[in-house]
Design a protein around this ligand. Sequence first.
Ligand code: 2AM
Length: 193
Amino acid sequence: MPESKRLFIAIEIPASVQQNIGVLSAALRKADDYGLSWVKASNIHLTLKFLGETPVSTLEKIEVGMANAAANSSPFEITLSGCGCFPSPARPRVLWLGMQADARLGQLQRGVDEALVDAGFAREKKPFSAHLTLARVPDTCPTTTSQKIYTQLVTLDTRHLGSFTATEITLFQSVLSRFGAQYTPLYRCRLGK
Ligand code: 2AM
């Protein structure tokens, strides 16, 4: 079996903004008497593309694709604001924070998606929905419980979480364990020529 790594491409969030998110997340956790799977503040990121288990022999092509996509973009501002859940408030499975950014965010995501076709990755079928995952709801969690926590989330003020300039994209390796996910940056690519 060829060696493989579980990979994804993301925009990293500055530590100061992660800390703000951590404070909000901690407040929300107080309403969680079930035990959702909360993302550690330092692990919060903006996923552009999930690659999954990937042979290491593909890494070079991924890096070339990332470099092309990044070169066709330029740094842009992201302001955190709002929140939501997937798939719907009637059945929350993923709780997330939203953001505002200009068209370059969507263009960058489409550029990454397109650039990785040559590396053998299928284009995304669903439209991109930019989000920062706060918590995932275990399958065993009653819907009434996840609805209650989501209701708390929407009451929180998300306007002061902060802004930052996205200047690069990062290829992460994800290692899952019973202690949670560990994300390791493997390759970073600056936006712009
Ligand atoms: P998300 O949290 O932004 O939704 C690393 O595992 C990241 O890849 C996760 O944070 C998640 O992004 C995304 N991811 C994980 N598993 C995935 C899957 N099966 N399909 C799509 N995206 C996934």
